[in-house]
Each structure stands twice: as structure tokens, then as C-alpha cells.
Design a protein around this ligand. Structure first.
Ligand code: ADP
Ligand code: MG
Length: 263
């Protein structure tokens, strides 16, 4: 079944955005974050639907959450899926994410009326891991967004793996309504070398050549991989009493990563 992460339907606390709440981690202004923030700003202004997509670990959810904390902290509602929901599941998820009171209506018509009425207030809806949504669920969200009868004031941000992009693209009804598409790619080496030293104190004084090697051999511009390596590294440094990142310790952290991350 489905479940919204953290505080039901609300933006998570800032610390929770960081992989395993990595202590000492900073929010860094990656190109992805800056582009997403601009797209979201424009989407809110236009009350549009947008899509932020790309492979896992590239910083999509982080960028969306950080941007919304700044742009629309009180009117953001999040739904997130870990399995394929039915439209019934989706209605319930929306009911909870929008903080509606009482019991969810038993009949679809009544449920739709209630959701549409709630959406006349300005809201930003984030659908994370949207690759799990079926065509019917996308259609349902489009129906709520497109509702001319009740004059809804809704911005929708679809975030997810490439499946989300493909599904939206494959339906002309949906594709034509998506205001902007933002693909989040791995950070290029040049960006890694500026972003990583600012990300965590352990990297601040590390030889850039070592950071470059780590990216080539293990992280491949994937931010989650960098966060994971940093986590192992801080544990390793604590255990061994070291204060600087050395080649041997770094290689020890690689050994903890799955071959998939390393590939
Ligand atoms: N701009 C950023 N600043 C700091 N850490 C980041 C940033 N972007 C991503 N991260 C780190 O990378 C991890 C993975 O990012 P996330 O947004 O969850 O990826 P995705 O949603 O694309 O799978 C985050 O939990 C966080 O630790
Ligand atoms: Mg994500």
C-alpha cells in the first residue's frame, strides 16, 4: 500500500532531507536545485503541472523539498508511493495529505466533491515517486487540476524515476498540460569538485584529486552515493581517530557500497 513520508502530507523537517540525517551535512546549491527552484516558482505562479524526473539519488526530492520550504512552506502537501495505487488509494492519500477532517466519504462522487472543494484554496501538491502512478491515477489528478467548475487553485509537481516521464509523455491529454519538464542528471565532475567540499566538513580540506578519484571510482556524480560515502567515512574516521580523509580510508568506504552504486 501507499504511505506518505514523515509528517503525513507535510514537508519533512529539513534534517530529514539528508541521507540518514547525516550530521554536519549542508544544503548545497547544485545546478539541479537552482533549476528546480526556478521551475517551481514559475509553476506556482502559473498554477501549473510540472515534472521533475531522473534516476534515483540525483537529488530530485531534496531539490523539490528545499525549494518548497522556501516558496510555499505552509501550502505544500506531499503524497508519495511505494507501490501501484488504485484511484481509491489515491483519493484516500489526498484526503490525508490535505489534512481533511472526519471520515473519508464512502462514495466516489461525494469524495470527489470534497476534494474539489478543498482544492479551491491555493495548494501545491507534490507527487513523489510518481512512476508508481497508473494512467488512471494521473488522469484523476489531471481532472482535479483541470476542474473549471469549482475553480481550483492547484500546482502539481510530479517527481520520480523515468517511468513517470514516460507515462506522462505517452498520454497527449497529460503531456500537453505539463508546463515544464526538468531532467535531473548526475553532477558532472566540474560540479562535484565545487559542490562536495561545501557539502560536508570532512571534504572541505580534502585534496581535490582524491575527490575526483572517489567520484570516478564510486560516486559517479550521484548525490546519494556521495552522502552514503560521507556517512561511512565519518564513522570510519571516528573509529580510527583520524581527522583527515586518506586514500586507504576512502577505499575502505568503497568496499561498503553495493556493486550497483559502484557500477
Ligand atoms: N542540494 C543538495 N544539498 C545537499 N545534499 C543533497 C542535495 N541534493 C541531494 N542531496 C543528498 O542526496 C540524497 C539523495 O537525494 P534525493 O533527493 O533523495 O534523490 P532522488 O529523489 O533523486 O532519488 C539526499 O538524501 C541528500 O543526502
Ligand atoms: Mg526521491
Amino acid at each position: 500500500m501507499t504511505s506518505a513520508a514523515g509528517r503525513t502530507g507535510r514537508l519533512p523537517r529539513e534534517r530529514e532531507d539528508h541521507y540518514m540525517r547525516l550530521s554536519g551535512a549542508q544544503v548545497v546549491g547544485t545546478k539541479a536545485l537552482l533549476r528546480v527552484r526556478e521551475d517551481i516558482r514559475a509553476a506556482i505562479e502559473a498554477k501549473a503541472m510540472i515534472c521533475v524526473y531522473g534516476r534515483t539519488g540525483h537529488g530530485k526530492s531534496f531539490a523539490v523539498n528545499a525549494s518548497l520550504r522556501e516558496l510555499a512552506p505552509t501550502r505544500t502537501h506531499r503524497i508519495q508511493f511505494r507501490a501501484r495505487p488504485s484511484t481509491r488509494d489515491l483519493r484516500h492519500e489526498l484526503f490525508h495529505a490535505l489534512g481533511l477532517h472526519g471520515r473519508p466519504p464512502a462514495h466516489a462522487i461525494e469524495f470527489d466533491r470534497m476534494l474539489r472543494a478543498a482544492l479551491t484554496e491555493p495548494r501545491v501538491l507534490v507527487c513523489d515517486e510518481a512512476q508508481w502512478l497508473s494512467k488512471l491515477c494521473f488522469e484523476y489528478l489531471r481532472y482535479l487540476w483541470d476542474d473549471t467548475d469549482t475553480d481550483t487553485d492547484l500546482t502539481i509537481i510530479f517527481t520520480g524515476g523515468n517511468g513517470c516521464f514516460e507515462m506522462l509523455q505517452s498520454e497527449p491529454m497529460l503531456e500537453s498540460r505539463v508546463y515544464s519538464w526538468q531532467e535531473i542528471n548526475p553532477m558532472p565532475m566540474e560540479e562535484v569538485l565545487t559542490v562536495i567540499p561545501a557539502f560536508h566538513p570532512v571534504w572541505a580540506d580534502t585534496d581535490p584529486e582524491l575527490i575526483a578519484t572517489c567520484d570516478r571510482e564510486a560516486a559517479h556524480g550521484n548525490f546519494r552515493a556521495w552522502a552514503k560515502i560521507t556517512h561511512h567515512l565519518t564513522v570510519g574516521m571516528k573509529e580510527t581517530g583520524r581527522t583527515t580523509v586518506g586514500d586507504d580510508l576512502l577505499r575502505w568506504t568503497y568496499s561498503k557500497l553495493s556493486t550497483r552504486t559502484r557500477a
